[in-house]
Ligand binder design. Sequence first.
Ligand SMILES: [Zn+2]
Length: 265
Amino acid sequence: MLLAATAAAAQDLRLAGEAVQGGLIRGQVPPGTEVRLDGRALRVAADGLFVFGFGRDAKPDHSLALRLPDGSHQERSLTVAKRSYRVQRIDGLAPRMVTPDAAALVRIRRENGWIAAARQRDTPEPHFAAGFAWPLRGPITGVFGSQRILNGEPRRPHYGVDIAGPRGKPVLSPAAGLVALVEADLYYTGGTIIIDHGHGLTSVLSHLSAVLVKLGEIVEQGQLVGRVGASGRATGPHLDWRVNWFAERLDPARLVPPMPKPEGG
Ligand SMILES: [Zn+2]
């Protein structure tokens, strides 16, 4: 009996992806199944596909609860692996001189509200189903989760992957989706595009020198959406690519194969 029950459970729930901090999991259940993660209802597509992710500092213990179309319940516990992030300590710095002034703070608060609203979207189309691809090929100059501690004061972790590239190089949509935000010049992120991949998954593409899509447009994976730049607060031309599952920050580099070697190199 126990074996039979286990086999049935395995058939009813299939998970793909890594249960790790910053990781994304794709699940498949029989159509009509309700799925909850730690009590929170997840959106399940008509064919039974669903998705969820774990943030940078996700706790280890989680549970998925299913309510199958026949009314029966199943539960699966998940253990999320802890990662260690690159931490850089710099001491003996002169006190910080650059802090945004009052007007800039008002602007930053307003812009953060726009970004937060785009990340709360929960659209039914599973645009993410075909997976992700690098939006730009080039040297990786910043990784997910890294953090600097300046004069003993921890700064905000870095949630994107930074890819260096010459100004003007095409930036491609990492996955299909709906363009949920288009801004030419945000305070921190400059030229910024947010693409809604469905079910709470969004990509943020930042520091663009040109944005080539319109709000509400549907884009395909690999479609030209913008150009590399150094707009906003950036020290040089690069793309900052972030992926969110609602408020959870995911590691974009774990959604794609390793960065290909440069052509001819
Ligand atoms: Zn960055």
